[in-house]
Design a protein around this ligand. Structure first.
Ligand SMILES: Nc1nc2c(c(=O)[nH]1)N[C@H]1C(S)=C(S)[C@@H](COP(=O)(O)OP(=O)(O)OC[C@H]3O[C@@H](n4cnc5c(=O)[nH]c(N)nc54)[C@H](O)[C@@H]3O)O[C@H]1N2
Ligand SMILES: Nc1nc2c(c(=O)[nH]1)N[C@H]1C(S)=C(S)[C@@H](COP(=O)(O)OP(=O)(O)OC[C@H]3O[C@@H](n4cnc5c(=O)[nH]c(N)nc54)[C@H](O)[C@@H]3O)O[C@H]1N2
Ligand SMILES: [Mo]
Length: 760
């Protein structure tokens, strides 16, 4: 029998150490921190590897989706975040078959996420049989056969789920969705569902494309850059170089965030010696400590200032937009008091900043998870677009909208068709070019996937990267759903909790990482990715793979497909030819997806190529009206009632999503602990708590309670009645059905919580 498996990260015994939050990001400590992580892994190969990151002939940094300059590359186009990601992948530690035989899944589940990740790279395909406590080694052919047998025996094809995390290359992603659709399902949930889905839904309706409209170069032409709900110092450090350059070219920066994040205060460029020695560049000219989820009201306030002052771009509005009069009326009818209460910002401050925004000739607005993971996220993003349309700040140099993506190829995966709601043009093109009978019915997203697995005993869940258990909301429910599957398959590089909380049978298929040489019978292959600004470029691994028994993600997809082909009747696809020469995949992509003509040649240009972006390139909007839409909504915000708190779940400086590199959050002054609740000092006093008080958190949703024990209270500069915790630890508190309207994204940044002292 398999004993109990712990689906949650274990509790922490001791409180963390505290120091003052830092006022400057990067600089010498940033560089040293990246190297100390490398040192602890493998210094020589890491330094060699770092010099290859984001060079024209090197590999794409697995750290984030922030773009590189178009025409040049500095010797080290990377940052602390990238350095950690590379060092983490290049570790010499191995989670090999001996490791898996030494530890049962039950024992492993008592270890922390940090410990699991430290065990190193998975070296061989492994299987966990029903009732067994240990993974054992299996051959690739046997593994593929198990998957094919289980898939072929499904009563309903829609009991299969093909999840994708956003590090997957364009080539592997294209094959992955082809496999799912050739088999017959659109069950293609992906990490976007938990990330920028709200941006995609909002922008598609407002401007006719689910992506941003700026190029990196626009940052140097902007008058004003507004950064909302984002912590670039930790999550997109290279963005700080763009912001500091923009400031040198005369731009002002406004930061809107319940927290004063260090990167937004000051920045020292880690690759410029003079910057390192000096005091650093001040980044934000203004910071607004908005209440959690107060942004929609705040932006309504900015629009009101512009409309009251008649400072809008009448010509742009007339020529390029639809719905202005209705929006105008809505704004006039929203009263100031309401705006101030919802946003938590004084009318005076909103008017002062609104006046600055009114004057800007070219404004860029950037946002990330602080905006996308709330109930009203789609409406909030559309309010941001409304403001940009008022000033004509789209399709003009130095202006536009900039949702800053997370995973390094999450945007590319969507472009490749990883989408549970594919558009019909894409499906018919896929059918025309591959002969498959592409299914039309919508598939499940991540929330739908949990429900599907929960309600069926026989689901097969396949995961191309990621850590579904820990990344998803409602950890216990997600765990019970995964355990209900007849088979779960993880295509992974490093051990994580999704390897421990599994279906009746489970497989781990270890793949090459981005830094490794991908050699096939046709020679070394390159892959491609799309960054946050729509540039597609190549990536080439340069290190010897950690084990001889790894396969590339593309080879794994082809292996599953070839095995399945023998068991079901479907049209022939040249899986083998596609998987040995990625030019063949790219030729197929060229014929199926717009903007990729001549893909193979263009990819080999230094820096790659831009995909078409109609709003940016020609002020063309593929919306219902053919114009950019003002979309009006009643203003709303989530508010905690008396004795409740509104909780946001955020990343520390030492984690990459569910991968925990270490236990410090250097910029926020926390070390050696993660189980913390950031709380306003007055709230601490009013509740009779103390610093390091051990508390239990209970979330409340539609009459249901979820409880999580033993968190340490930390006094922090955060608005009253707002609190923050780190994910993934706090995911068990987020109810599965608490999602954003229309995008169905878990509301990871607005969870209603009560706090009580723990019983020791
Ligand atoms: N080192 C590192 N880099 C990463 C990642 C990582 O985990 N580690 N993850 C990658 C991924 S997948 C993603 S999506 C991105 C995530 O990048 P971010 O979105 O920067 O990540 P979060 O830590 O979720 O930060 C959310 C920020 O929004 C603020 N915030 C929360 N709620 C609100 C709100 O209601 N209003 C406003 N205005 N602000 C709010 C928080 O205080 C915090 O500063 O980073 C990517 N890069
Ligand atoms: N509460 C809360 N929950 C959140 C969020 C939040 O802000 N708050 N953020 C959400 C967001 S924005 C996102 S994007 C999701 C992230 O969700 P996921 O993308 O599912 O999770 P990751 O933690 O990025 O996945 C890490 C695992 O990916 C595997 N891996 C790493 N590199 C590779 C590779 O090259 N190939 C393959 N095949 N596998 C690889 C490793 O085994 C590693 O353990 O989490 C979401 N969950
Ligand atoms: Mo993300």
């Amino acid at each position: 029998m398999r004993g109990p498996v712990n689906e949650l990260t274990p509790l922490e015994k001791n409180p963390p150490k505290l120091s003052k939050p830092k006022s400057t990001a990067a600089g010498i400590p940033g560089v040293l921190a990246s190297f100390s992580h490398s040192v602890s892994n493998n210094l020589v190969s890491s330094i060699y590897n770092l010099s290859k990151v984001n060079r024209f002939q090197g590999f794409d940094c697995p750290g984030c989706a922030w773009p590189d300059p178009d025409n040049h590359r500095s010797r080290f186009e990377f940052c602390e975040n990238g350095a950690k990601a590379v060092a983490d992948e290049r570790t010499s530690n191995k989670a090999d078959p001996d490791f898996w035989s030494n530890w049962s899944v039950n024992e492993l589940s008592l270890k922390s996420d940090n410990w699991l990740n430290k065990q190193g790279r998975i070296t061989d395909p492994m299987v966990l049989m029903p009732n067994s406590m240990h993974y054992t080694k299996i051959s690739w052919d046997e593994a593929f056969d198990i998957i094919a047998t289980e898939l072929a025996s499904l009563e309903d094809i829609n009991q299969s789920i093909f999840y994708t995390s956003g590090r997957t290359s364009n080539e592997a992603a294209f094959l992955w969705q082809l496999l799912a659709r050739w088999f017959g399902t659109n069950n293609l949930p992906d990490c976007s569902n938990m990330c920028h889905e709200s941006s995609g839904v909002a922008l598609t309706e407002s401007i006719g494309i689910g992506k941003g409209t700026v190029k990196l170069d626009d940052f140097n032409k902007a008058d004003l850059i507004i950064v909302i709900g984002q912590n670039p110092g930790t999550n997109h450090p290279r963005m700080l170089s763009a912001l500091s350059d923009a400031k040198k070219s005369g731009a002002s920066v406004i930061s809107i965030n319940p927290l004063k994040e260090t990167g937004m205060v000051g920045f020292k460029h880690p690759q410029k010696p003079l910057d390192l020695l000096g005091k650093g560049v001040k980044i934000s000219d203004e910071h607004i400590s908005v209440n959690i989820n107060g942004d929609m009201a705040l932006f309504r306030g900015f629009s009101k200032v512009i409309i009251e002052g008649e400072n809008y771009d009448k010509e742009f509005i007339k020529k390029y937009t639809n719905g202005f009069n209705e929006y105008l009326e809505e704004v006039i009818n929203t009263d100031w008091e309401e705006i101030s209460v919802h946003s938590g910002v004084s009318i005076q401050d909103i008017k002062r900043l609104g006046a600055i925004i009114s004057k800007s000739k070219s404004t860029i607005v950037c946002w990330a998870m602080g905006i996308t993971q709330h109930k009203n996220s789609v409406a909030t993003i559309q309010e941001i677009v409304n403001l940009q349309l008022l000033g004509g700040h789209i399709g003009r140099p130095g202006a536009g909208i900039c949702p800053v993506r997370g995973h390094s190829n999450v945007q590319g995966d969507r472009t490749m068709g990883i989408n549970h709601k594919p558009n019909l043009d894409f499906l018919s093109s896929l059918t025309a070019n591959t002969g498959i009978d592409a299914p039309i019915d919508h598939g499940v997203d991540t929330v739908g996937a949990v429900k599907l697995m929960k309600n069926n005993n026989n689901t097969v869940f396949l995961s191309m990267g990621g850590n579904f258990l820990s990344a998803m909301s409602d950890t216990k429910l997600t765990a019970s759903a995964l355990k209900n599957c007849k088979l779960t398959v993880q295509i992974s590089t490093k051990p994580n909790r999704s390897h421990l909380v599994t279906g009746k049978k489970a497989l781990i298929l270890p793949c090459l990482g981005r830094t490794e040489i991908d050699n096939t019978s046709q020679g070394n292959q390159i892959i491609s990715v799309e960054n946050s600004m729509g540039v597609v470029h190549s990536s080439r691994g340069n290190s010897k793979p950690i084990s001889n028994n790894l396969k590339s993600e593309t080879a794994i997809v082809a292996g599953i497909a070839l095995s399945l082909e023998n068991k079901i009747s479907r049209n022939k696809i040249q899986w083998h030819n596609l998987s040995i020469d990625y030019d063949n995949i790219r030729n197929l992509i060229s014929s199926c997806i717009g903007g990729f003509d001549n893909y193979n040649n263009k990819l080999r240009n230094n820096g790659g190529f831009y995909l078409p972006n109609p709003p940016r390139d020609s002020l063309t909007f593929n919306t219902k009206s053919g114009k950019a839409e003002f979309v009006k909504h009643n203003i709303s915000s989530k508010k905690a009632k008396l004795n409740q708190f509104l909780m946001m779940t955020i990343r520390s400086h030492d984690q990459y999503n569910t991968t925990i590199y270490g236990l410090n959050d250097r910029y926020r002054g926390i070390s050696n602990g993660r189980r913390v609740v950031f709380m306003n000092p007055e709230d601490i006093k009013d509740n009779n708590f103390e610093k390091f008080q051990l508390v239990d958190l209970t979330s409340h949703f539609r009459g249901e309670n979820r409880i999580s024990h033993k968190w340490f209270v930390i006094p922090y500069d955060i608005p009253k009645s707002n609190i923050a915790t780190y994910f993934p630890e706090s995911n068990s508190l987020i109810p599965l059905d608490s999602v954003a309207d229309r995008s169905n994204t878990p509301t990871s940044k607005s969870v209603i919580i009560t706090i009580s002292k723990s019983i020791e």
